[in-house]
Design a protein around this ligand. Structure first.
Ligand code: IVH
Length: 669
């Protein structure tokens, strides 16, 4: 066969195979026999072997997996992957509905109900109809690049046809059917390998294999549940989007349902609850979504949870075990936090050894005693909880828990202020508190200092290189000592110092959050910046001024005022200010510019303007311009004759932009 004929035949075969793949793996209704299918695949494989120059990543032969990776790259989600609020009863569901009806000013709007799959969330990006990257959810902002592994899942189309936007992202849940799970564990038992506890763990473990050839052997499947983002038009409702995605060849859960009203949800839920044994996959509840996107937009988000969706969970799974001990640890604000030490027990497939007990009253109300047999419960991914003791099994040897009178770390006295549930260590310089405060300060949502994790922070504290967060910013004076530390080469020290330096520019709300003021979470911090836009003004605010802000109650206000009253805290803020940490936010009433938090790295030559100007424009819009591509780079802008930064971007799975795309982005911003 002549070259172009081979190429045509290859293309024809791929198209035919993709069609039958879809019939078999997505629609579950094959048109040809397995032998016929194998025949087509055999021919394609042979032709590609003879003409490797024609092999492309979207060929159906490429679903067998590729050479193992050393590590997964990182993919930044263009739109964060969110979580969802929960309801555990019909009352809670109705309360949610009432709340959003109130916000919308209408009561009757249609909904979509879907099973809440118990698997692993993934985001799949398609460019010009081809599947190009797939990522895990990760922390919601950045996930792992598991493209190679996802290619092996036959119900993920490698190519989609039809009226499609140039680029879009779909999201869904990778899962193992109950049957697939059973078969996998049977095979593992035969091979003497450890068994997976549940389908969810098995799916997560399979998808996060560095060797995609192993993934290829696992009977993974996917249900797509929505669009992440799209460059271009999308239908006006979620249901129409689902239909549209189905028409493109994506696999949708046939048990999704379009409901006209909230009154229909309970039936759907009850049906599932009673029939769930009969379903081929595990679900831990149902998801209810507002159908119309215009309403979704109006409802918006609270934190990382959309108001327009809720997970209505099935009742939790319970087990019993022994409460071996009740111990405490010291939190960052000095709280003494009791927790249960449990005889390890498998609850819904996860081994539970510890559970938070929150405070003294919580323990007393439940009448928990050390040595009790207790009921443990956990629902889906919810944190395990001690429900109650089994009183009838008591022997009389159980012991009542007493809050320690002295802090176990520093020996200072423990007090419980009147009217508060928590007990506190009274020593503001308790090392345990300092440790927790440093850990909080450097963490992701706070100052987010790259390369400074909890472990390293502990070493720095332990070695006496830092005593509090203020010391972080004078670490550059201790470079020699840092380099002398174990596993700290000169390079990693300068990276660390650079990351610390960079953190000075974090937006003010992050700085406020990072201070760890009791009751001030990241959302409250944002609100505070909106109203005061400077640390100074905030530090002078009275309780009256603070409580005038909707959503700030007396408890938060009191805590803020108390924080700024303390001499130590004021000194710390002064040190941070001197070090150059941001203490003001320019634009009053707005904390974010359109490109805030986004880092651009430019490579190659741009046509429209010199690099310096491009960088200036990025900065004007709140973004930053970096000189090297790291995991934290948001976009790499690729001009003509790009350098090695482009390779690095590909390696790390960082999104690249052409000059055109970059210009468009600036314009939109
Ligand atoms: S929609 C705001 N639909 O639940 C909504 N999520 O708690 C974003 N999940 O990480 C997700 N089934 O992995 C949606 N039918 C479904 C789902 C579903 C399972 C998971 C998903 C996500 C988590 C959110």
């Amino acid at each position: 066969m002549a070259g172009h004929n081979v190429r045509e035949r290859i293309e024809k075969l791929r198209e035919t195979i993709n069609y039958h793949n879809h019939r078999y793996y997505v629609l579950d209704s094959p048109e040809i026999s397995d032998d016929e299918y194998d025949g087509l695949m055999g021919e394609l494989k042979r032709l590609e072997e003879e003409h490797p120059e024609f092999i492309t990543p979207d060929s159906p032969t490429q679903r067998v997996g590729a050479a193992p990776l050393e590590a997964f790259g990182v993919i930044e989600h263009r739109e964060p992957m969110l979580s969802m609020g929960n309801a555990f009863s019909n009352d809670e569901l109705l309360a949610w509905h009432k709340r959003i009806s109130g916000l919308l000013g209408e009561e009757h709007f249609d909904l979509v109900a879907e099973p809440k799959m118990d698997g692993l969330a993934v985001a799949l990006v398609y460019e010009n109809g081809k599947f190009v990257t797939g990522a895990t959810r990760g922390d919601g902002f950045r996930g792992e690049d598991i493209t190679q592994n996802l290619r092996t899942i036959k119900s993920i189309p490698l190519v989609v046809h039809g009226d499609i936007p140039a680029r879009f992202e779909v999201r869904g849940e990778v899962y193992l059917s109950k049957q697939g799970f059973k078969k996998l564990n049977e095979d593992r038992a035969k091979a003497g390998q450890p068994l997976f506890a549940n389908p969810r763990n098995a799916a997560a473990g399979s998808v996060r294999q560095l060797d995609s050839r192993i993934t290829a052997q696992r009977p993974l499947d996917i249900y797509i549940y929505g669009l992440g983002w799209v460059e271009g038009e999308n239908p006006p409702t979620h249901w129409e989007t689902l239909e549209y995605l189905e028409s493109l060849g994506f696999k949708l859960n046939p048990d999704n349902k379009h409901l006209t009203d909230i009154a229909e949800v309970e039936d759907y839920y009850q049906h599932w609850l009673h029939e769930r044994e009969r379903y081929s996959y595990d679900a831990d509840g149902i998801v209810v979504k507002v159908n119309r996107y215009d309403l979704q937009e109006r409802l918006g988000f609270v934190g990382r949870e959309p108001r327009w969706a809720i997970a209505y969970k099935f009742p939790a799974i319970q087990e019993t075990t022994r409460l071996l001990d009740i111990r405490v640890n010291v939190g960052r604000t000095g709280t003494i936090n009791p927790y249960a030490v449990l005889e390890p027990v498998l609850v819904g497939g996860v081994t539970i050894k510890k559970a938070a007990l929150h405070n003294e009253d919580y323990i007393r109300q439940k009448d928990l005693r050390i040595g009790d047999i207790v009921i443990i419960q956990r629902a889906g991914d919810v944190i395990p909880e001690v429900v109650a003791p089994v009183v009838s099994l008591r022997t009389g040897h159980e012991r009542v828990f007493r809050m320690p009178e002295k802090c176990e770390v520093c020996g200072a006295s423990v007090v419980r202020p009147e009217g508060e549930a928590m007990a506190y260590c009274t020593n503001a310089s308790c090392p345990a508190q300092a440790h927790e405060r440093v850990k909080h300060f450097i963490s992701r949502g706070a100052m987010d200092i790259e390369g400074l994790g909890e472990k390293l922070a502990e070493v720095l504290l332990h070695e006496g290189l830092i005593k509090d967060v203020g010391d972080l910013y004078s670490l550059m004076d201790k470079k020699d000592e840092l380099i002398g530390m174990e596993r700290m080469a000169e390079k990693s020290v300068s990276n660390l110092l650079a990351a610390i330096e960079e953190s000075k520019g974090r937006p003010l709300d992050r700085v406020i959050f990072a201070l760890g003021i009791r009751h001030v979470g990241s959302e409250t911090a944002e609100l505070l910046v909106k109203h005061f836009n400077s640390m100074d003004r905030l530090s002078r605010a009275s309780e009256v001024e603070l409580t005038a802000i909707p959503a700030i109650g007396p408890k938060i206000a009191e805590s803020i005022v108390a924080f700024f009253k303390q001499e130590d805290n004021r000194k710390l803020i002064e040190r941070l200010r001197k070090a150059g940490v941001r203490m003001e936010e320019e634009a009053a009433g707005r904390t974010e510019l359109p490109l805030s938090g986004q880092e651009f790295v430019l490579t190659g030559k741009l046509e429209a303007f010199p690099r310096s100007e491009a960088e200036a424009r990025i900065k004007e819009l709140g973004g930053s311009a970096g000189s090297s591509v790291t995991k934290k780079t948001t976009y790499v802008v690729v001009g003509t004759d790009p350098g090695s930064k482009l390779d690095r971007a590909r390696q790390l799975g960082i999104k690249t932009l052409t000059e055109q795309e970059f210009l468009r982005l600036l314009k939109e911003a």
